[in-house]
Ligand binder design. Structure first.
Ligand SMILES: Cc1cc2nc3c(=O)[nH]c(=O)nc-3n(C[C@H](O)[C@H](O)[C@H](O)COP(=O)(O)OP(=O)(O)OC[C@H]3O[C@@H](n4cnc5c(N)ncnc54)[C@H](O)[C@@H]3O)c2cc1C
Length: 459
């Protein structure tokens, strides 16, 4: 099975060992490699090796951070002087078709899991990019395919196996250690334990999937955005639609010269072709649709087709910064504010993004901030540039839009550059702190990453 990170299982690298630097860099998926050096990197081959690693960290007084797929935009798992547990090689999955459930280890990718579910006509709302590992994705909330219908993915996590700060392997579900399960559903990188397995409620697979795409000239950005805002309240949850302001690319990700332009994509997921076509017809209600420079609709697809198409948006070969906000703001405030970001998209691979949400139900959990609209920006650069202009570009625009914000999505957290961001309700935050104090009273696990002021080394 392909590991989520490039590190081979069953190895331990102390700083200075041969192979340490490669392991440190390979635990990050993209090219934003941090200048932070854990004292030791452990790549477990088994759950028991995770337990052993946590116990070793206790003995040596090291703080711990795990990583699963290394997709965090700020590389929140790499901390100076601590222990990094790279779970990328733990990719096991199981499916119980009769029960409609599955389990997945944290290094399993969404595509891997859905490939196993496909033959049973089951589905799990995995991330939009095939490489995103389930570990970090599920912990932060999980905004995936079909989430507008079935909710954020963490709401379909029914239990976890977790190694706690004292080196015990616990099973947490609604009846045992329910507070740990509550925290694992949305605490993201603030979670205080190492999750070694997720227990998942799966969903019936929508039988028909179709795509519609419309490309507009940049001069029509405002018209398209006003229409999109209005469509948010009308579209059925089975129509996932999104707006990108970005440059055009070939199917294999090569940039086509030109200004960033509005792209509207709709993915209809229903049980019949007729329902898909009816939902996608909504995309043709844009008042400037006759001026679209390109349009295709009712194109049948599969989940793997969607993964492939999405793989060219956030390309692995760049260093990335991401950041976003949830908002319920009215169109007359939101559209001008977001348009400014769209028209000021930084480098050739950077983009601005609007994702209308449908507010489905999900259990009470640490994930506690959503809204009608998710707006985000992603800046891309090529090392050795330090990316400062792109980071400043994005933080500047998001600070400007802050009065419209309800809070951020931990998927794209950028607490490093915007430490003031709200990522959880006050009530949830207080509860999370109390649970952390119970399970990790000495702060064995690093929490959210705010930068070098984080305390390194022994506790
Ligand atoms: C190309 C790309 C596409 C993306 N698409 C989506 C998307 O469609 N929807 C969405 O919601 N998000 C998306 N994201 C965001 C992504 O879900 C988050 O970055 C998530 O944290 C990645 O998981 P990971 O395991 O790869 O991250 P990592 O960088 O490995 O981990 C992120 C954080 O989670 C903690 N963590 C990870 N695994 C564990 C574990 N097993 N136990 C305890 N703590 C753990 C780490 O300590 C770290 O702080 C995308 C990101 C990228 C780069």
């Amino acid at each position: 099975m392909t590991a989520a990170t490039a590190n081979a299982a069953g190895q331990t690298f102390w700083r200075g060992d041969d192979g340490y630097e490669r392991a440190r860099l390979d635990a990050v998926w993209h090219e934003r490699k941090p200048d932070r050096h854990p004292a030791v990197i452990v790549v477990p081959a088994t759950e028991q090796e995770v337990v052993d690693a946590v116990r070793m960290a206790r003995e040596r007084g090291l703080q711990i951070k795990a990583c699963s797929g290394g997709h965090s935009f700020t590389c929140s798992s790499h901390r100076e002087g601590g222990m990094l547990i790279d779970l990328g090689a733990l990719t096991g999955t199981t499916v119980d078709a009769a029960a409609g459930t599955a389990t997945a280890q944290p290094g399993a990718s969404g595509r891997l899991l859905n490939d196993q579910l496909l033959e049973h006509d089951l589905f799990f709302p995995t991330g939009h990019c095939q490489s995103v590992a389930l570990g970090g994705y599920l912990l932060q909330g999980g905004w995936g395919w079909y989430s507008r219908v079935v909710g954020p993915a963490c709401g379909s996590v029914t239990a976890i196996d977790v190694v706690t700060a004292d080196g015990e392997l616990l099973h947490a579900d609604e009846h045992h250690h329910a507070d740990l399960l509550w925290a694992a559903r949305g605490a993201g990188s603030g979670f205080f334990g190492v999750v070694t397995r997720f227990y998942l409620a799966c969903h019936p697979r929508p039988r028909s999937m179709m795509v519609g795409r419309y490309l507009y000239p940049v001069s029509l950005t405002e018209d398209v955005l006003y229409w999109l805002h209005a469509l948010t309240d009308q579209a059925p949850p089975g129509l996932e639609f999104m707006f990108h302001s970005r440059r055009r690319r070939t199917p294999d990700g090569v940039m086509i010269e030109g200004a960033p332009s509005p792209h509207v994509t709709g993915i209809a997921m229903f049980d019949s072709d007729a329902e898909c076509e009816e939902a996608l017809a909504l995309l043709a209600t844009c008042p400037v649709v006759d001026r679209a420079s390109e349009s295709r609709t009712n194109v049948p697809t599969t989940l793997n087709g969607l993964y492939d198409a999405n793989a060219v948006v956030t390309l692995q070969r760049y260093a990335w910064v991401g950041d976003g906000l949830w908002t319920d703001a009215p169109a007359e405030q939101l559209v001008p504010a977001f348009q400014e970001l769209c028209l000021d998209v930084a480098s050739n691979a950077s983009y601005a993004f609007w994702y209308p949400w449908s507010e489905p139900e999900y259990p009470d959990c640490a994930l506690s901030i959503t809204g009608k609209h998710y707006l985000a920006g992603f800046g891309a650069w090529t090392p050795p540039d330090d990316g400062r202009p792109y980071r400043d570009w994005l933080a500047g625009h998001l600070r400007r839009m802050e009065p419209l914000s309800k809070g951020i999505q931990l998927a794209d957290e950028n607490l490093l550059d915007r430490p003031e961001s709200r990522y959880m309700s006050e009530t949830a935050l207080r509860r999370l702190d109390a649970i952390r104090a119970t399970y990790d009273p000495d702060g064995r696990f690093y929490s959210y990453f705010y930068g070098e002021q984080d305390t390194p080394g022994p506790v």
